[in-house]
Write a protein that binds this ligand. Sequence first.
Ligand code: SF4
Ligand code: FES
Length: 235
Amino acid sequence: MEVARYRPGEDAEPVFQAYDVPLMDDWAVLDGLTHIKDRLDGSLSFRWSCRMGVCGSCGMTVNGEARLTCGTFLTEYAPGPVRIEPLKGFPVIRDLVVDIDDFLAKLSSVRPWLVREGEEPPLTAEYAQTPEQLEAYKQYSMCINCLLCYSACPVYVLDPDFLGPAAIALAQRYNLDSRDMDDRFDVLNLEDAVWGCTFVGECTKVCPKHVDPAEAIQRYKVSAALRSVLPWSRR
Ligand code: SF4
Ligand code: FES
């Protein structure tokens, strides 16, 4: 494996370090990195938690593509080498660990919670919902905040102010929820939000949870256009 090593403030630039890792049929790229850390070089830094595609913390660039390293098998790259870099588009904290504060601020800005007129969070009442109402937003609720979509998005890489795929998809997760009373028009109907998307569709291609953020963005563009002509139309 060829792994990017970088300590900002100490190193002039990232360098690749090569490690011999056994090619095991059941090893994911994350297992290879763990082997390096446990057996070869304990100074290597990377993030992970669940090892099962749920926590979203192990996203990295694998041979140029944004991937979850716990769900990407080494055999896919046999006989190697496979090159591991941090997610593109984010500042590097150390080695393969990136700074996601920008995303967290963007996510907060779309009010990713149920907004109810006249009720303040935390909400305590129960609101019944039919299976069909759940289905309306369920796909967008599958997002695990892995940020592969940001790393693959050519708009975000060029314009860091772009709200980005996951934050918009998660805004739609609430907009399409029958219990929610907001439409987040003030934060979504902007040049740096849905109107910044050029519909390249790379976000949807790399998404490991089939959230389809590109579709979420296009759907909101239709809602926003309708709301501009029919101000009482909110979804
Ligand atoms: S939309 Fe998909 S790729 Fe983007 S953060 Fe969510 S799960 Fe990851
Ligand atoms: S370690 Fe949790 S998604 Fe990969």
